[in-house]
Design a protein around this ligand. Structure first.
Ligand code: GRF
Length: 215
């Protein structure tokens, strides 16, 4: 387990696919001292045109695009993603709107040190195909009065790893998927993801392979 008590900064790699508002929340929290003893050492995107890459550049953070079309096979792409992570040498990997299923090799290498933000209260509205607006469309279709966001450890499944933090958000009359998504981001995602990273950096939440499996 690594913690700031070791006098070391928590090195974080953030993986993104889109607008990067969760990345921005982390960048701002580090800058404003709401995340202690942490350095974002790399931003990795699977989309070369992700606005998240611009956010990283504006913040002076090294950013890499690893795109599937550059590689002849999924295996080669997965290997390139793993190599990009290894090159960054993170203590913690944060999936912030990252839409690629991580390979077993990456999960094995970083077991217990990968966290993800999901825009619902897991186990509701999660799993295969539940990402982005679709999550909020399904919540509105089901008529839930409360939704929210979840930060969880990433394992081999889809949104199935141990839950770390959750924050509830009220569904309001007249909500559209877009309005609800925005409220969940503002009131939940952008709060619990930075808070989780800070708690890990301060040693309040343990990370690392507690299962004793392959490192
Ligand atoms: C959003 O749907 C968010 O709820 C989820 O990933 C998507 C993109 O987020 N976490 P971001 O703006 O790229 O962080």
């Amino acid at each position: 387990m690594l913690s700031a008590e070791d006098g070391k900064e928590l090195k974080v790699a953030v993986m993104v696919s889109g607008g990067g508002t969760n990345l921005q929340a982390i960048i701002d929290a580090v800058k404003e001292g709401r995340i202690h003893d942490t350095k974002i050492v790399r931003v990795i995107s699977n989309k070369a045109d992700a606005y998240a890459l611009k956010r990283a550049e504006d913040a002076g953070i090294e950013a890499t695009a690893v795109t599937r079309s550059e590689y002849g096979s999924k295996e080669a792409f997965d290997k390139a993603l793993l190599e990009a992570l290894e090159e960054a040498g993170p203590d913690l990997v944060v999936l912030a709107g990252f839409l690629v299923v991580l390979s077993p090799g990456i999960i094995r290498k970083y077991r217990g040190r990968i966290i993800n933000i999901h825009p619902s209260l897991i186990p509701s509205f999660c799993g295969e195909g539940y990402y982005g607006l679709r999550v909020h469309e399904e919540a509105l279709k089901r008529g839930v009065r409360v939704t929210g966001a979840t930060v969880h450890f990433v394992d081999e499944g889809c949104d199935t790893g141990p839950i770390i933090m959750q924050k509830a958000v009220e569904v309001m009359p007249g909500d559209t998927p877009e309005i609800l998504q925005r409220r969940v981001m503002e009131q939940a995602e952008w709060k619990i993801l930075p808070e989780t990273i800070d708690r890990i950096a301060r040693g309040e939440i343990a990370i690392g392979d507690v299962s004793g499996g392959e490192s």
